[in-house]
Write a protein that binds this ligand. Structure first.
Ligand SMILES: NC(=O)c1ccc[n+]([C@@H]2O[C@H](COP(=O)([O-])OP(=O)(O)OC[C@H]3O[C@@H](n4cnc5c(N)ncnc54)[C@H](O)[C@@H]3O)[C@@H](O)[C@H]2O)c1
Length: 367
């Protein structure tokens, strides 16, 4: 893979990471699918100095996407996270309906609809366009990368690269190896993540939903259960979560939080509460009804809450502003290294092997 010197103009959070490697793993990146996430991923890559080719199937979105990406870059600039003129940066972006435009890409992130067959077909088309060594990352929310590797020409370079919206602001990234992924490709994805200013996590096993979505969906299921069984209203559930979990989760993950607030009480509560939590395997009826009615959330001003179109736009803007604010706050409290209990428990041989691979990755990715 070609590498080049770190780009000085990319001041975005997105773009600067003093602890990251000094060279970029790539200069040419591709993104397929220019919806909500594709647009912010493109903004993130551009702000970090990459040249980006985006492929989008819908001609209306092809037309609208440049304005959307430009507005995200302007937001970074307004927050003093980007030095260069957003309009100049936009010259490094090409948007096309033609997959062959991806041929120079050293990494391609697919960001299309969350549907296994659609994603498989998109990966098939990406593979026809790029060289055999190109890393192909899927921004799937929950599909195991192993399922995406089936029938691929070069499954060894396919992995999950899970971003969080808005991708040009958040530090989150999960890198998930499928059964057929070679570690060298995960290393490249890791190096890119660091260069983009992310704090990536590596998944040692390919499980549906990865880390955050497994935990978030367990929470969503219980949230629906509380509403549908009449315990609390939607607004009350939202308010409680914002003011409790929302208060500490950017500072500490669940295990650190238990350390901070006293472990034995959690053990006692678990004993009595876990048997009472919802463990239904069906999509909640409230969710099904809402989706069948055509509600998409603020995207079409119809969701769990009522919005006028102006209110929906205001919520989108507030979410972006909040993301910048919370990012600035979190940077005051960086992650501190230290050993944890996971380092002392007895492991199986295959666990040890995976751990060695993970540590190798971490050593290399922190340069
Ligand atoms: N929205 C989030 O917060 C979020 C977070 C993490 C991961 N994801 C994942 O990211 C992916 C995209 O989510 P989104 O919210 O951006 O969806 P979206 O509906 O906003 O965008 C999907 C885009 O893909 C395009 N597309 C569909 N088929 C295509 C094809 N064959 N070729 C090219 N373009 C095609 C669509 O036209 C659309 O523009 C999903 O897998 C989703 O699960 C989303």
């Amino acid at each position: 893979m070609r590498s080049r010197k770190s780009n000085r103009s990319g001041k975005s959070g997105a773009g600067r990471n003093p602890t990251g490697p000094q060279t970029l793993i790539c200069g040419n990146a591709g993104v397929v699918g220019m919806g909500l996430m594709g647009s912010s991923i493109v903004a993130c890559l551009l702000a970090a100095g990459h040249t980006v080719v985006a492929v989008e199937a819908d001609p209306v979105r092809v037309r609208k996407a440049p304005r959307q990406v430009l507005s995200l870059l302007k937001g970074l600039r307004e927050e003093s996270l980007l030095r260069s003129d957003p309009r100049r940066i936009m010259r490094r972006l090409t948007i096309s309906q033609d997959y062959s435009a991806l041929r120079q890409s050293q990494i391609v992130v697919e960001c299309v609809t969350e549907d296994l067959n659609v994603k498989r077909e998109v990966i098939r088309r990406i593979e026809q366009a790029v060289s055999p060594g190109t890393v192909i990352g899927s921004n799937t929310s929950a599909i195991p990368p192993t399922a995406l590797q089936q029938d691929a020409l070069h499954p060894e370079r396919i992995l999950g690269i899970h971003w969080a919206e808005p991708a040009h602001i958040t530090r989150f990234m999960e890198i998930i190896c499928g059964e057929g992924t070679l570690p060298v490709y995960a290393e490249r994805a890791f190096a890119l993540a660091r260069q983009l200013g992310k704090e990536p996590s590596l998944l040692r096993k390919d499980v549906r939903g990865f880390i955050t979505n497994r935990i978030m969906y367990a929470m969503l299921r219980e949230a629906f259960h509380l509403v549908e069984s009449g315990v609390a209203s939607i607004a009350d559930v939202d308010r409680s979560l914002r003011n409790d979990l929302g208060y500490w989760i950017t500072f500490a993950g669940p295990f650190r939080f238990m350390d901070l607030t006293g472990i034995p009480a959690y053990c006692a509560v678990m004993r009595d509460l876990l048997p009472e939590l919802d463990c239904s395997q069906q999509v909640p009826p409230l969710m099904t009804r809402l989706v069948e009615s055509g509600a998409q959330g603020v995207a079409n001003a119809r969701g769990f809450y009522d919005y006028t179109p102006a209110q929906a736009r205001r919520w989108e803007k507030r979410f972006l502003k909040f993301s910048y604010d919370v990012r600035a706050l979190a940077r005051k409290y960086p992650e501190e290294n230290g050993s944890c209990i996971g380092g002392t428990v007895e492991r199986t041989a295959s666990d040890k092997q995976r751990e060695a691979r993970k540590q190798g990755l971490e050593r290399r990715s922190t340069g």
